[in-house]
Design a protein around this ligand. Structure first.
Ligand code: FES
Length: 258
């Protein structure tokens, strides 16, 4: 298959302007893009973020504002590069290239977003991009503990979504995000978009209600993000996550996990 790179992919210098702790283990970082963006990102696209002295890592776009040329990402510090990232001070310079992956804009009037942990990142940008209201966009956000939920519900509300939380603590639903998903009346939604760690998505596939269109934002190791290295090949599907994804429909996701 011939890989066609988008002419809009470009390298940008960026400056960290805000670094806010959203919960026990999630940080919302805002960057000023120091060149003019050629095309604005569309959800659920991602960037390759270069952290000086470390490496380039894939990060979902969690927010973008074309008026002041700012970009937001949501970071969970799990390794040396992400730990370095959340420790950086405002005014630090980094690099990025993008925007990468395919866009997917759901059809319909009412959507449910199911997000586990840092899987919330692309959902935040969906809320903004779709011009969400509490009637139109519901977000089920799940973590193990209440401290990991943090201020996320307030951010979801600020972006126009109606938040529901799931955790083993003081949340709207007690238990796992999958327990909560099975209690929701899915018939009222035109599409359901799921984003979270691979184990969560794997477990959820067994519980999917096939009467509603489900889409899954998948994770895989990404090195180049450009379709060049083959590192992100999805087994059983024979496609590249960085070019053909990161979002796949239910049938394709089932094949990835089979
Ligand atoms: S990360 Fe290199 S081909 Fe996808």
């Amino acid at each position: 298959m011939k890989t066609i790179l988008s002419p809009s992919i470009k390298y940008y210098s960026i400056k960290l302007i805000n670094n806010n702790k959203l919960s026990l283990n999630l940080y919302l970082l805002d960057f000023k893009i120091l060149d003019n963006i050629i095309t604005e990102p569309k959800p659920p696209q991602f960037i390759m973020l270069w952290v000086p002295g470390y490496e380039a890592i894939p990060m979902s776009v969690a927010g973008f504002n074309s008026e002041d040329n700012t970009l937001s990402i949501l970071v969970k510090p799990v390794g040396p590069t992400t730990r370095r990232l959340v420790s950086m001070s405002c005014g630090s310079y980094l690099g990025m290239y993008g925007f990468l992956g395919r866009e997917h804009i759901p059809h319909g009037n009412k959507f449910l977003f199911v997000a586990g942990g840092s899987g919330l990142a692309p959902i935040l940008y969906y809320l903004k991009y779709l011009g969400c209201t509490p009637d139109k966009c519901h977000v089920l956000f799940g973590c193990w503990r209440r401290e990991e939920i943090g201020d996320a519900p307030r951010l979801i509300s600020k972006l126009g979504g109606k938040p529901y939380t799931a955790c083993f603590g003081e949340c709207d639903y007690q238990g796992t995000i999958l327990d909560a998903y099975t209690k929701i009346n899915l018939g009222e939604y035109d599409a359901i978009i799921v984003s979270g760690p691979p184990e969560m998505i794997g477990n959820m596939l067994n519980k999917v209600n096939n009467n509603v269109n489900h889409y899954f934002i998948l994770e895989e190791t990404i090195k180049c993000g450009l379709g060049l290295c083959g590192k992100c090949t999805l087994r059983n599907l024979g496609r590249l996550l960085c070019i053909d994804g990161p979002l796949f429909n239910y049938e394709d996701t089932l094949r990835v996990y089979s």
